[in-house]
Each structure stands twice: as structure tokens, then as C-alpha cells.
Design a protein around this ligand. Structure first.
Ligand code: LLP
Length: 434
């Protein structure tokens, strides 16, 4: 969530998600805790639908939610109910989508290294399409499909060599990336695919990166892909669908705006006017990122020689993005003015200081935010905003820390959608030597 999407209410100006005070969630479910909003998730999905509707392409579009952004079953189920398809990258994600009630016929399977077991499982499930990323993968898939007497539906992920202008770790569309098939080799690989008896050529796919705020690289990639689609048609290979990937960025800092879905998609959709192919999209972050936050409590305030530290009960194992990408997440106090008599001291006398917001993990890279001007007391609740995407999904048990609870707010109700892990569960799969 962004701060603008939430309201403050009550004597303490407590932050609310929908109708529920975050302080109540902390009391009931403990911290750290991921909090999602059903209303925000629905609104994000609807924004995509509305934009596609506005361009008259909704009826031939499929929005395949990129499961990797947040794979909680409740979230997958919510999108399935809204009619979404899914973009998966592993057998694990396939199983999740099916367990959540997703329609296998609306699944696309991306990724540079699908195992034969995963290919087999996806074929049996009857997925919509494999997004194939290399010549070897195509041959392996053909072999796996042949062994079970299937024809694998395929689109080739083509690398359009466009600079997405995002963080290098999440930029995927340049020639130097491990992703996709080189643009100049695509035609010959399509010819090869079309000749394989256990492969059914269905479409084309591209994804140039993530957290893209400028819509022009995606529009440029679309143009290149369309040129290839036309070249393929001339060569006698007619494609049924064009998959334009995901990547749309979201607002992470209150002072930095992000485009709306409609504005982001417009230049891309303008290039698709007058075409007949089915359109697929693979948004992840833009469907869930601003529908979630991470609730955490200040354990210790520590005033070092050079810096002030607020050690909170969430850490890099709960939210890796700051450590991994130097990513910024807004961090705000849940109660604007603390609770009188909560043992945290007189709130009026708290001094606002530039805090390093850090976790208890034994690494200097374990930070959630640098230099945040806040008036804090031990015991304060903080909300780390815009953490619905690639937050819990990338969480680990590093330092033997149980992963956080996840809850979904729906109006005035709160549902636990993943309980906090128990310590004993962390080593339940391990054994000692006889
Ligand atoms: N399709 C493909 C083939 C992808 O590789 C990705 C993301 C998506 C769709 C969804 O992209 P989105 O709409 O979410 O930008 N952990 C990083 C992000 C990694 C993105 C990987 N691929 C982060 O926390 O920023």
C-alpha cells in the first residue's frame, strides 16, 4: 500500500487498511506480519481490465498474473475468481495455481531452465503454453511431449534487445541477458519448431524487465515483436497470440509518481491497433505490490557514534529487496502519536531523528531503510509500505527465523492466509547422523 491509499483514524491517528486498524492486526497476529488488502488487489486487476477494455482488446486478452511476485494461495485464488490466468516459472508454482483453483488452460510457463519433470507435469495439466527460451529447451520439450504422446503448445520468448532502463538485476531484454532467444535467430528457430511433430507453435513472448516506469521501452519491444510476427506470417507461420510480458512499475516513494496502468499500457496498445491476435500480459508487481505492507515493531533503539538505529522485528529474511537491490520502501509509523501509558515514553517528547531501520540479522546488509526521519520509541509499530510484491515470495529462514504471518483484510474482516511458522518446523526436515 502507499500511504495515500490508507487512512488514519482514531485518537492516535492509527493507520487503517480498509476498515481495520493495523494496531489490531499486530495485537491479534503478532509481528512481523504481511498485510494485504482484497480491495486493493481487486482494484489493481480491474485497472488492467479497464485499460484493455478502453482499447477494445479485452475480449481477446488474457491477464496472466506472474505468480512469483506473491504466490500465497489466497491471492492466487482471488485472481482466479477475477478471471485471471497465471504466468508460472516452476512445477511448484504450477501446483500452487492448481491448488488455488486456477484454470490450467490459462497458464503460461516461463523460465530459462524448466526440468523435464516440470515439463511433463505442465503437459499433463494441459497448460495454455510453454514460453520457450532456447533451442535446447525446445528439443527437450519436444522429446518429453513425444514420450507421452502430446503436442506441446509453444511460444518462443524473443529477446528484442531493448534497454528497459531499470535495475540491472531485473533488466532482462538486452542481448547480454540470459533470457530469451536472440531476435535474429528467432525466425530460424520458429521454422525448426514448426517442423517438430510434438510441438504446436502458438505464439510469441517477450518480457524486457521489471519495475519499468517509462512505457516507451515496452512499446518499442512491442513494435519489434510485431515486425517479427509479420515476418513469420510471410514465412507461413501464423501465430495465435502475442504475450507482452509483465514489468510495469509501481510507486515506491511518496514523492516519486508512477504511471497508471492505463498510461503505461497505452503506447503499447496503440501499436496493436487493427491486429487480430490474442494478447497475453504477465503482470506481477503492478497487481500486488501496492496491495500489501509489512507490519513490524521496534525492538530496540540504539544511538551509535555516527548513526541512530531502530532495530525492528522484521529483517532482510522477511524483505530482501532493500539488501538485494538497494530498493526503497516508504516506512511510516502506524500510530502517529504513540499510545499514552504504553511504556514507550511520552510521545510528545520523542525527538525526530534520522534512523537506520535495521533487522536483527547478523549482517550489515540487513537494513530495511536508510536515513528515515522518524520520532520513535521502543515498542512502536511501523509499516513498511509497497511490499505486496517480491516480499514474502522472496522471504527465507536465514538466521533460523520463522517466516512472518500473512493476513488479508476484506472490509472490516481480517483473514489469516498463512500462519506464522513455528520454530520446530524450521528443522523438521533435517536429520542427524545415526
Ligand atoms: N514475466 C516474466 C517472464 C518475468 O520474468 C517476470 C518477472 C514477470 C513476468 C513479472 O514482472 P513484473 O510485472 O512483476 O515486473 N525480485 C525483483 C523482481 C524480479 C522480476 C522477475 N521477473 C524485485 O523484487 O524487484
Amino acid at each position: 500500500m502507499t500511504l495515500a491509499a490508507m487512512r488514519r483514524a482514531g485518537t492516535e491517528d492509527t493507520l487503517h487498511v480498509e476498515e481495520v486498524a493495523l494496531s489490531e492486526i499486530a495485537t491479534k497476529f503478532g509481528t512481523p506480519c504481511y498485510v494485504y488488502s482484497r480491495r486493493a488487489l481487486t482494484a489493481a486487476f480491474t485497472a488492467y481490465r479497464d485499460a484493455l477494455q478502453k482499447h477494445g482488446v479485452l475480449a481477446r486478452s488474457l491477464i496472466c498474473y506472474a505468480v512469483k511476485a506473491n504466490s500465497n494461495l489466497a491471492i492466487l485464488n482471488l485472481f482466479a475468481r477475477l478471471g485471471a490466468g497465471f504466468d508460472i516459472v516452476s512445477g511448484g508454482e504450477l501446483a500452487r495455481v492448481i491448488a488455488a483453483g486456477g484454470d490450467p488452460e490459462k497458464i503460461v510457463f516461463s523460465g530459462v531452465g524448466k526440468s523435464r519433470t516440470e515439463m511433463h507435469a505442465a503437459l499433463k495439466a494441459g497448460i495454455h503454453c510453454f514460453n520457450v527460451e532456447s533451442a535446447s529447451e525446445l528439443d527437450q520439450l519436444s522429446e518429453v511431449a513425444g514420450n507421452v504422446g502430446y503436442r506441446a503448445p509453444v511460444s518462443l520468448r524473443v529477446n528484442p534487445d531493448v534497454d528497459a532502463k531499470t535495475h540491472p538485476y531485473i533488466s532482462t531484454g538486452l542481448k547480454s541477458a540470459k533470457f530469451g532467444i536472440a531476435y535474429d535467430q528467432a525466425l530460424s528457430l520458429y521454422r525448426h519448431a514448426a517442423a517438430l511433430p510434438h510441438i504446436a507453435v502458438k505464439g510469441i513472448d517477450c518480457h524486457i524487465g521489471s519495475q519499468l516506469l517509462d512505457p516507451l521501452p515496452a512499446a518499442e519491444a512491442t513494435e519489434k515483436i510485431l515486425a517479427l510476427v509479420d515476418q513469420l506470417a510471410t514465412a507461413g507461420i501464423a501465430l495465435e497470440h502475442i504475450d507482452l510480458g509483465g514489468g510495469m512499475g509501481i510507486q515506491y516513494r511518496s514523492e516519486e509518481a508512477a504511471p497508471t496502468v492505463a498510461d503505461y499500457l497505452a503506447p503499447m496498445l496503440n501499436k496493436l491497433k487493427g491486429r487480430h491476435e490474442k494478447l497475453l500480459f504477465e503482470p506481477g508487481r503492478s497487481l500486488v505490490g501496492n496491495a500489501g505492507l509489512l507490519l513490524t515493531r521496534v525492538e530496540v533503539l540504539k544511538h551509535g557514534e555516527e548513526k541512530h538505529f531502530a532495530v525492528v522485528d522484521a529483517a532482510m529474511n522477511d524483505l530482501m529487496r532493500p539488501a538485494l537491490y538497494d530498493a526503497w520502501h516508504d516506512i511510516v509509523k502506524v500510530m502517529q502519536s504513540g499510545i499514552p501509558g504504553d511504556g514507550a515514553g511520552d510521545t510528545a517528547n520523542r525527538t525526530s531523528l534520522p534512523y537506520e531501520i535495521v533487522g536483527p540479522v547478523c549482517e550489515s546488509g540487513d537494513f530495511l531503510g536508510h536515513d528515515r526521519q522518524l520520532a520513535l520509541a521502543e515498542g512502536d509499530l511501523l509499516a513498511i509500505l509497497s511490499t505486496g510484491a517480491y516480499g514474502m515470495a522472496m522471504a527465507s529462514n536465514y538466521n533460523s527465523r520463522p517466516r512472518a504471518a500473512e493476513v488479508m483484510v476484506d472490509g472490516a474482516a481480517v483473514h489469516l492466509i498463512r500462519r506464522r511458522e513455528d520454530i520446530a518446523e524450521l528443522f523438521a526436515l533435517e536429520s542427524i547422523l545415526p
